[in-house]
Design a protein around this ligand. Structure first.
Ligand SMILES: O=C(O)Cc1cc(O)ccc1O
Ligand SMILES: [Fe+2]
Length: 430
């Protein structure tokens, strides 16, 4: 179903949604009504999110949760599972070996983050590497929302709300609490996850751009209700709770929602639909023009996390240094690559890899990219064709985990050292 933030209704059987009320004495088809809250009951109307699920059995029918592990997740970025460093960091593609004999849940590795899931403030950045579909296992995250960015392998995701099919170059958002299971129809798979512990993703304001452009609301897709009626089977529900995992057994499928309505539901988006807006005269504009989704903090204009892409487009700016500029940012920048190459890095930044440039840590185009600029022909050119890089940008101090640091590419700093001094004190304006 198309649209962003809509009040949706979906029935897998005719008339399964109660008419005119949420909690009738007895629901159609003998279903149980269950509310899933995405915000406090009392949040102002424009930000309030909840859905009503009409299911074969209530979710509460499960055995007690027990600790589950081992795992490679971090939910507290002041703990000794992290290590402070302001250095530029880069990762070669995360090895598929990390995903041997693992499903999506067991194959989650936290690379970096900030804050504390327990305080519901902060973000976590994970990679997932896996080669097994989830069989009779479902996952939900009590800590926050997942924005999932597949890099290798299509994800076929069963959720309580229906099915999502998410190949690379598409993304999906699965919010706090929603149960899902990931199948891997293409075999071994890898990707990135941006997790936000507070708030939810919204579309960025467009200001003077107007009412259209960037990620258009109509291109977001939410699943239709789809249920399975499986009883007398062991299902394991795995819960991420303050960065730890817990598992509970139940004897029915959690994907038994016959109908639902509400505005708290997962969605996906095809990055190829992004309507790119950029300078058509001069200068390299800030990458915020490429924001797909944002999770805002309480400080106006300041994101806990922005999801930004670097899509294929025309570069037409005249008398301009066209690659990304050198800079020191007030925000942390974690980047990944889905496909192809990134315009600021001639080598070393590869699909499935990543980089982290912390708050105020200098960075910019590498020496090879800089060397090509002065002689570049500034006719209109296609840039980033067949490529897709992205950035998770956060106002928070993002720390790598120990696992992240152990797997980094050493000597990344050397990428900038061959940049030549071109200063000429006798230079004269023409
Ligand atoms: O650092 C990066 O590569 C990301 C980035 C891209 C860009 O076009 C401008 C600023 C910026 O931080
Ligand atoms: Fe940057």
């Amino acid at each position: 179903m198309p649209g962003f933030g809509n009040e949706f209704s979906s029935e897998a059987l005719p008339n399964a949604l109660p008419k005119g009320q949420n909690t009738p004495q007895v629901c159609p088809y003998g279903l149980y009504a269950e509310q899933l809250s995405g915000t406090a009951f009392t949040v102002a109307r424009h930000g309030n999110q909840r859905s009503w699920l009409y299911r074969i059995r209530p979710s509460v029918q499960h055995r007690p949760f027990e600790p589950y592990g081992p795992h490679h997740l971090v939910g507290d970025f002041r703990s000794d599972k992290t290590q402070l460093t302001p250095n530029q960091l880069r990762w070669l593609p995360f090895s598929m070996e990390h995903g041997k004999d693992k499903d999506f849940v067991d194959g989650l590795y936290t690379v970096a983050g900030a804050g504390d899931a327990g305080m519901r403030e902060g973000i976590a950045i994970h990679t997932y590497i896996c080669d097994k579909s989830m069989h009779r296992r479902a996952f939900y995250n009590a800590d926050g929302d997942f924005l999932i960015v597949p890099q290798q392998g299509r994800l076929e995701i069963q959720t309580e709300f229906g099915w999502l099919d998410v190949p690379p170059n598409q993304i999906c958002v699965i919010q706090r609490g929603i149960r899902f299971a990931v199948n891997l129809p293409d075999g071994p798979s890898r990707g990135y996850v941006l997790e936000v512990y507070s708030g939810h993703f919204t579309l960025p304001d467009l200001g003077p751009i107007g009412a259209n452009g960037l990620a258009n609301a109509r291109d977001f897709l939410t699943p239709v209700a789809a249920f399975e009626d499986k009883d007398e089977v062991d299902y394991i529900i795995i819960n991420k709770y303050e960065g730890e995992l817990f598992a509970a057994v139940q004897t029915h499928s959690p994907f038994d929602v016959v109908a639902w309505h509400g505005n708290y539901a997962p969605y996906k988006y095809d990055l190829a639909n992004f309507c790119v807006v950029n300078s058509v005269s001069y200068d390299h504009l800030d990458p915020s023009i490429f924001t797909v989704l944002t999770c805002q903090s309480a400080r106006p204009g300041t994101a806990i996390a922005d999801f930004v892409i670097f899509p294929p487009r025309w570069a037409v700016q005249e008398h301009t240094f066209r690659p990304p500029y050198f800079h020191r940012n007030a925000m942390s920048e974690f980047m990944g690559l889905i496909l192809g190459e990134y315009e600021a890095k001639a080598k070393g930044f590869l699909p499935g890899g990543a980089s982290l440039h912390s708050i105020m840590t200098p960075h910019g185009p590498d020496a090879t990219t800089v060397a090509g600029v002065a002689s570049a022909n500034l006719k209109p050119v296609r840039v980033a064709d067949g490529t897709q890089a992205f950035m998770f940008e956060s106002c928070l101090m993002v720390r790598p985990t120990r696992w992240g640091l152990q797997h980094q590419e050493h000597e990344y700093w050397e990428a900038w050292q061959p940049i030549k001094k071109t200063f000429d004190p006798n230079w004269k304006p023409e």
